[in-house]
Design a protein around this ligand. Structure first.
Ligand SMILES: Nc1nc2c(c(=O)[nH]1)N[C@H]1C(S)=C(S)[C@@H](COP(=O)(O)O)O[C@H]1N2
Ligand SMILES: [Mo]
Length: 486
């Protein structure tokens, strides 16, 4: 076996040993820890570009890049001649580096207070991996079996991880989420419009966006929601005590600021939550407390002006689609203020609501995003026909969704080529903060055509025609498709 192949085998075996030891110690995955470093420190233009290209496949790609880098480093190391002292020094340095990377986020998190599972022995795991790698390099005959074994261990680890996540998800319901006034079934009259998005986005299709390589696993025996800071009556509530405050059900669209024209980085859901106003009234904020910081179990923070909550309805969310939140969507609790983009709306995996008198250093602030809050721009999307579709000449139906939370959609217009806008038919409004389905019948002559859509919000705002990227205040422009009529 050539030197570089032996090096790649060593890298694979080392990586597998690291992940296996980390799993056994319930410490943090090295691949995820290194990926997290990339997510947290990546410069804004690079992060924006990555999101644009990868849409929501960013995490698996980051993992692949980390693993690929380790294998490439192994390959390079395999090519140089073995020298015991230098190799030992390399192990020590790399183990220290790996251990530091693995410990990084654990150190600045509120793990203890929130009851996040501990991330122990990071250095030990990194060291185990490197020793294995060096062993393979030093003993050429074990390279092939080590590579095969390493690959098998990594694959088994990934399968075990996905199992673990589902187990976590179903274990979550400590008690049923009783609702004061359940909503009637969601219908809007567009049930038989071919190709239109479902009125409520199925959970498995609801986008997931956050800066974590994997959702934090919260220890529910220790989890509390603290309402703290500049309040007269600080609170520390268990999950069941939160439920006892009274849960309301409402429909609303959650929109990521990264949602581009035609994308599906938004979803429409039926949420279960406790009004923030109710929680704050119980804690009695100081009149000078103008900022409400929402903090996640791992230290991620987004803040809201307290005054904004007089105008917008905000909630501590416990459930989606009639069930407790899944781990990916923020179990056990998150903050959601319909009308604000996802990264301004509040933390998933919530552990603290802190009232303060000073502006907060939110996660996005040093990364170049505006302080916010940034409100969702009224926008619309064509669901069908799809871009570049072949359609029959003559009359054709165009369908889609439009959203303008929290005030609602008053009208949707469609235009073919440079013809004037024509009004679309609107399905019934589920809730003003929810999305609204629409349909328009257009007449197409044979040949290629451009079809555009825009929405008018109930407050009169016309969807902004200026093409803008998501950074810094959300994308705008008109979703446009081309179709060929025959
Ligand atoms: N703790 C935490 N909360 C977070 C984020 C995060 O990275 N960490 N991302 C925010 C962003 S950018 C969005 S768009 C929404 C996404 O919520 P979803 O994954 O349930 O769709 O969560 C918000 N809350
Ligand atoms: Mo987002």
């Amino acid at each position: 076996m050539s030197g570089w192949m032996r090096g790649v085998a060593a890298g694979l075996a080392g990586l597998a040993a690291t992940e296996a030891v980390a799993a056994a110690l319930r410490s943090r995955s090295f691949i995820d820890a290194a990926g997290q470093l990339v997510v947290d420190t990546g410069p804004l233009p690079l992060v924006e570009r990555t999101v644009q290209v990868l849409k929501t496949a960013d995490k698996p790609v980051i993992r692949a890049v980390v693993a690929g880098t380790v294998l490439a480093a192994g390959g390079l190391l395999g090519r140089v001649q073995r020298r015991p002292m230098r190799d030992l020094a390399a192990v020590a340095a790399a183990a220290a580096l790996g251990g530091t990377v693995s410990l990084r986020r654990a150190a600045d998190s509120t793990a203890g207070a929130a009851g996040v599972h501990q991330r122990r022995a990071a250095g030990l795991t990194a060291g185990a991996g490197l020793l294995t790698a060096l062993g393979v390099l030093a003993v050429p005959s074990v390279a092939a079996p080590a590579a095969i074994g390493g690959g098998a261990v990594l694959a088994a680890g990934m399968i075990a991880q996905s199992r673990h996540r589902t187990r976590h998800d179903t274990r979550t319901a400590t008690r049923s989420l009783r609702v004061d006034r359940p909503l009637p079934p969601a219908v809007d009259g567009a049930e038989d419009w071919p190709g239109v998005s479902p009125l409520l986005t199925p959970l498995e299709r609801f986008y997931v966006t956050d800066v974590n390589m994997r959702p934090p696993v919260v220890d529910m025996r220790r989890w509390r929601l603290a309402v703290s800071g500049a309040v007269a009556a600080p609170l520390s509530l268990t999950y069941d005590e939160l439920i006892d405050l009274g849960i309301v059900e409402f429909d609303a669209a959650l929109v990521c600021i990264h949602n581009r024209l035609g994308w599906d980085r938004l979803g429409n859901a039926r949420w279960l939550g406790i009004p923030l106003r109710r929680l704050l009234a119980t804690a009695q904020p100081d009149p000078a407390g103008s900022v409400l910081v929402t903090r996640a179990v791992d230290g991620w923070e987004a803040s809201l002006p307290v005054q904004l909550l007089d105008e917008l309805d905000g909630y501590v969310i416990l459930g989606m689609a009639g069930r407790p939140l899944t781990a990916a969507h923020g179990f056990p609790a998150r903050v959601f203020v319909p009308g604000l983009y996802g990264q301004y709306t509040g933390a998933k995996w919530l552990t603290e609501l802190r009232v303060q008198t000073e502006p907060n250093r939110d996660y996005w602030l040093p990364r170049g995003w505006p302080r916010g809050p940034v409100r969702v721009r009224p926008l619309s999307r064509i669901d069908a026909p799809s871009d570049h579709a072949l359609v029959a000449a003559g009359e054709t139906d165009i369908v889609g969704v439009a959203w303008a939370p929290p005030g609602g959609v008053a009208a949707v217009h469609v235009a073919v080529d440079d013809q004037p806008w024509i009004p679309a038919e609107l399905a019934a409004e589920l809730a003003s903060a929810a999305w609204r389905r629409w349909r328009a019948r257009i007449a197409l002559t044979p040949g290629g055509h451009r079809v555009r859509v825009r929405c008018i919000a109930r407050d009169g705002t016309v969807q902004d025609a200026t093409p803008r990227p998501p950074f810094p205040t959300g994308a705008s422009g008109h979703h446009t498709i081309t179709v060929t009529a025959r």
